[in-house]
Write a protein that binds this ligand. Structure first.
Ligand code: 6R9
Length: 649
């Protein structure tokens, strides 16, 4: 492999940034030498009602995994994200909202944010929401979504945000799993000029979940579209908010009390409720936002994620607001009304820091340079990437065309489970290599292990594990600690297993190579192949299904489904389309198979295990390299699979 081009730290960046390379080396070493002392100091970056005396109490020991940070401290997240800024930045804009329609935007100051969040909290409190209660939030990208999250945090309630693109069925499963009695939604969402029937989806989800499961649905008005309101259960937010004051005390919450649940896909079973708690999460989200984005007063920071994903939680809402930042929230999509939208928003609001996903960059890159070059982007000084490996071509385009060779790119590797960024450049400290997430953040101890768990040294390739805890780490799978330990700590004892493959080069830079488990990453969204398979086999005409990922130019990975029909069913184009619609309805549009291949049989071992390795190779077009097929129960099925392979789009 040829050595990639190295982009040194621009000298003005080394000077102005919080951390230059020497500072990085020193502080990283200190964080490894004495984590207790390091985090004991860093924990002070947030306000505590009662200061902690214990810093780190964590164990990855087999069967006894337990993670606690700052455990005797008492605080409140909403206090830290709002109240503590009022004296110094009450009139500073906290949230800039840019609507789907370019003519719509809002500016919300910290003082206004305080009033909005208190009102929202009072509306929830009037519906018996208190400490520890779960609240499901199914909202589009409007400021009320952030108000709702912060209102829960203010009361010590636990939010579970469900991405607005998920189907009623997926929503129902998530409502039932965490037992949330209250759902917050909108009449309709608006994306790319199209309406999304959020309230109707909630109604359908509650029918599916059981009418007794949900006591209250709070409906924020967004489009004014007609929706059914069930008396006694459903209430318009704007009406309920008129009945309450804008004062609501921030409840004292223990550092290890839960803050939120966020469902994410794994290699097996239904999505897991990833549980994050209060103190450590906020310290970590705030600290990483501060250093990775080198956030300074006056910056306008924009992360294009949706609040339905962890990136929206940590880097639109909690990290930036804990730091008293101005954070931009965008309702729309990158190509509406035109391919210039991102860059026009940057010019309109003078965005200085821009954080997006490789899939968006690749899609926009296909439209050529002109939609970018016609805008100014003079305000930009830093770019970020998250969600999947960024291919060097997309990186170079982002750097050269969007950033005009002026803005460092922070390629940030992390996961829902990690709460915040773990491997990343720091813009004033790290020379960049396109496609590498570079080096660990302070306090993060990555290791690369082989299949047997042997820790590899120097330049090497294997599986990525993290050898010790950091404050932002998830604490458990909601309601299933056994599953938490099995999923993340059983493969390599005493280490957190990330599920990612990784290479480390001679400079100690990390290169994430993608998932090594049955998780696929479609446009930066995680999908468990098992979830798509179980949706397919739920169709009455389907007998068996196997799903794998394949390389896709824009999405990174596409979804390739092999489907065996029930005896007597006929393979038709109509059925193929019907199955795609079926999966969309069962899970949501992000799970739509890109390609479906009807297969009379799937390659199985004699014990009945589907050999995914072979299916992956066929989907990847690597017919010549199918490996050993002699252990198959019926090796002939492979020939049929190869000759009927679906063409890539
Ligand atoms: C934050 C987020 C996590 C998975 C992760 C990895 C992939 C995320 C990446 C990256 C290479 C990066 N991933 N960032 N791969 N480079 N900079 O995306 O969380 O939705 O839980 O996905 O995404 O495979 O394991 P989540």
């Amino acid at each position: 492999m040829s050595e990639p081009h190295l982009y040194p730290v621009p000298s003005e960046w080394a000077k102005r940034a919080y951390v230059d390379d020497t500072a990085y080396q020193e502080r990283y070493a200190a964080s490894m030498r004495d984590p207790e002392a390091f985090w004991g100091e860093e924990g002070k970056r947030i306000d505590w009602f009662t200061p902690y005396t214990r810093v780190k109490n964590t164990s990855f020991a087999p069967g006894a995994v337990s993670i606690k940070w700052f455990e005797d401290g008492v605080t409140n997240i909403a206090h830290n994200c709002i109240d503590r800024h009022l004296a110094t930045r009450g009139d500073q804009v906290a949230i800039i909202w840019e609507g789907d329609d370019p003519s719509e935007s809002r500016h919300i100051t910290y003082r206004e944010l305080h009033d909005e969040v208190c009102r929202f909290a009072n509306v929830l409190r009037n519906r018996d929401v208190g400490k520890g209660d779960r609240v499901t939030i199914y909202m589009p990208m409007i400021p009320e979504a952030a108000f709702a999250m912060l209102a829960c945090a203010r009361l010590g309630a636990v939010h579970s945000v469900v991405f607005g693109g998920f189907s009623p069925d997926s929503l129902a499963g998530r409502i039932v799993d965490c037992g949330s009695k209250v759902v917050i939604t909108c009449d309709e969402g608006l994306r790319g000029g199209r309406k999304v029937p959020l309230k109707a989806n909630v109604d359908a989800a509650i029918v599916k979940a059981g009418e007794d499961k949900v006591d209250h649905v709070i409906v924020v008005r967004r489009t004014g579209g007609n929706v059914a309101m069930k008396p006694g259960r459903d209430v318009w937010y704007h009406q309920a908010a008129e009945m309450v004051t804008s004062e609501c005390p921030a409840v004292a919450v223990g550092a290890e009390d839960p803050l939120f649940i966020l469902y994410t896909s794994g290699s097996t079973g239904s999505p897991k409720g990833v549980l994050h708690t209060t103190g450590g999460y906020l310290v970590y989200a705030s600290m990483t936002h501060h250093y990775v984005f080198d956030y300074h007063d006056g910056d306008i920071y924009w992360c294009t994620a949706d609040i339905g994903w962890v990136t929206g939680h940590s880097y639109i809402v909690y990290g930036p607001l804990a730091n008293g930042a101005t954070t931009l929230m965008f309702e729309g999509v990158p190509n509406y009304p035109s391919n210039s939208r991102f860059w026009e928003v940057i010019d309109k609001h003078k965005v200085t820091i821009f954080y997006t996903a490789p899939t968006a960059i690749r899609a926009l890159m296909q439209g050529g340079d002109a939609p970018v070059s016609k805008t100014s982007r003079a305000s930009l000084r830093l770019l970020g990437s998250v969600g999947e490996p960024i291919n060097p071509e997309a990186w170079e385009w982002y750097y050269r065309v969007v950033g005009e060779n002026r803005c460092p790119i922070v390629d940030t590797w992390w996961q829902t489970e990690t709460g915040g960024i773990l491997i990343t450049p720091l813009p004033g400290a790290t020379a960049l290599k396109p496609g590498s997430a570079t080096r660990p953040f302070f306090g993060v101890r990555p290791e690369i292990v082989d299949a047997e768990g042997t820790v590899l040294e120097g330049a090497c390739e294997g599986n990525l594990v993290i050898a010790d805890s950091w404050p932002g780490q998830m604490r458990t799978v909601y309601g299933d600690h056994e599953r938490f330990m099995q999923t993340y700590f059983a493969t390599y004892p005493n280490k957190y297993f990330t599920g990612d493959g990784c290479r480390r080069d001679a400079d100690g830079y990390y290169w994430i190579t993608g998932r090594v488990d049955d998780v696929i990453n479609v446009s930066g969204h995680r999908m468990g192949t098992a979830e798509v398979e179980s949706a397919l086999v739920a169709h009455p005409k389907v007998s068996e299904a196997a799903v794998v990922g394949y390389p896709h130019d824009i999405k990174g990975q596409g979804i390739y489904a092999y489907v065996t029909l029930m005896a007597g069913e006929v393979e038709t184009e109509d059925l193929r389309k019907e199955l795609i619609v079926w999966v969309r309805t069962e899970i949501g549009p992000i799970a739509s198979p890109d390609l479906i291949q009807f297969a009379p049989g799937l390659p199985k071992t004699r014990s009945g295990k589907i050999m995914r390795r072979i299916l992956r190779k066929i989907a990847e077009d690597e017919f010549g390299n199918l490996g050993d097929t002699s252990t198959l129960a019926d090796p002939a099925v492979v020939d049929d699979l190869v000759s009927n392979r679906q063409n890539k789009k």
